[in-house]
Ligand binder design. Sequence first.
Ligand code: ADP
Ligand code: MG
Length: 239
Amino acid sequence: MQQSVSIRDLSLSFGAVKVLERMDLDVQQGEFLVLLGPSGCGKSTLLNCIAGLLDVSGGQIFISGKNVTWDEPKDRGIGMVFQSYALYPQMTVKKNLTFGLRVAGHKKDDIERRVARAAEMLQIEPLLERKPANLSGGQRQRVAIGRALVRDVDVFLFDEPLSNLDAKLRSDLRVEIKRLHQRLENTMIYVTHDQIEAMTLADRIAIMRDGIIQQLDTPHAIYNNPVNLFVAGFIGSPS
Ligand code: ADP
Ligand code: MG
């Protein structure tokens, strides 16, 4: 199977503090990979390296076979959704969705088509003329996902996108993200510290601790055969 994201020998330090050390990771084309681990284990750092928001200390990152280690974020074919939405507060939802496309020089009717498709998929058509301040948390997060969606990216990166939402919205949006993945068939790397989210969304889960992947396998395999006590405790299986 074709690899969509490959991490080779990746290291990242903040000063003297090593957060990631010589990490290898392969994410398959179309796969939904969940990075699961406790707070502070380096999940966001890894996503930010893949997105190009942090310079690596060593190693390489390949996206769709291309070495992007030193490419600009916008040239990597990725879209990122953050916990904190990061919408432009002064712009309407529609402007938030179209801003990047206009900067990139897309034609007007192409932009309209992309926005209509994303708005339909995320059920945000009635919200297009509103400002972010007038949206609920769940609606804001749909818009944030929409902003990645209109760009037609190969790889979606999600950094704890649901952790600011209440339990009901979390489970609703979880279902929608899963549906979106089934419809788009693109590659998703999804960071969470929530075991339920990981178990329900993932094709495979990578369990991280202190910047090291402890186990990478299907939810079923990890649940039934955890490689160590940390994994067993974290995934909540009885052994
Ligand atoms: P996670 O997303 O798994 O909670 P992070 O990737 O945010 O973890 O952080 C991993 C480690 O790196 C933590 O110990 C954190 O304190 C440290 N860290 C993250 N960002 C910085 C930074 N900009 N400067 C210094 N240390 C950082
Ligand atoms: Mg984080």
